[in-house]
Design a protein around this ligand. Structure first.
Ligand code: AMP
Length: 182
């Protein structure tokens, strides 16, 4: 069973939901950089105040900052982990590669949750998070296409990519993922 996983996909593709489902059956660490950043904002920490406006605009926070968060949280783990929302560009992917080498826990599989753009925009509007306004959604989808989408090819070239049709019901997607983890 693979235990070092990465979920890749546009905002609204269901990465967080699928990661949560998997963590119910496997006691993996669900490391969502977006979730951790939102907690910092909620707790009104220095870091939270620093990133609040950036996140509300739907832009990316700095590579250094997210790398720090990822390093801190990966160190806590030894059972297995699911990365969700990181990396989001090639520079982050390279940093991640180095960090994982250092801790001797290489990535075993990357699930790319694929979903048509019109479906994800609908989903995000329904979700109604603070950064789910129409304008912010447009920014986030555009950033995904421009800076995150190249990671699909990057992980394909490393023979780590598994394609998942994410335009299906939750359970079907989840069992598809579980099968491909075996
Ligand atoms: P998410 O919950 O993954 O949709 O992330 C919410 C927001 O947090 C994003 O729109 C970014 O502003 C920020 N964020 C999360 N992960 C990253 C990352 N890897 N790099 C830069 N910004 C991030």
């Amino acid at each position: 069973m693979k235990k070092h996983l990465l979920f890749l996909g546009a905002p609204g593709a269901g990465k967080g939901t699928q990661a949560d489902l998997l963590c119910q059956t496997n006691s993996y660490l669900h490391l969502s950089t977006g979730e951790l950043l939102r907690k910092e904002i909620e707790m009104n920490t220095t870091l939270g105040r620093e990133v609040k406006d950036i996140i509300n605009r739907g832009e990316l926070v700095s590579d250094e900052l997210v790398l720090k968060i990822v390093k801190q949280n990966l160190n806590k783990d030894n059972k297995g982990w699911i990365l969700d929302g990181y990396p989001r560009n090639l520079s982050q992917a390279n940093s991640l590669h180095n960090v994982l080498n250092e801790i001797n826990q290489p990535l075993e599989v990357v699930f790319y949750l694929d979903i048509p753009e019109e479906v994800l925009i609908e989903r995000l509007l329904l979700r109604g998070r603070k950064d789910d306004t129409e304008e912010t959604i447009r920014t986030r989808v555009n950033i995904f296409k421009k800076t995150t989408e190249p990671l699909i090819q990057y992980y394909e070239d490393l023979s780590l990519l598994e394609y998942i049709d994410a335009d299906r019901d939750l359970k079907t997607i989840s069992s598809d993922i579980k099968q491909k983890m075996a």
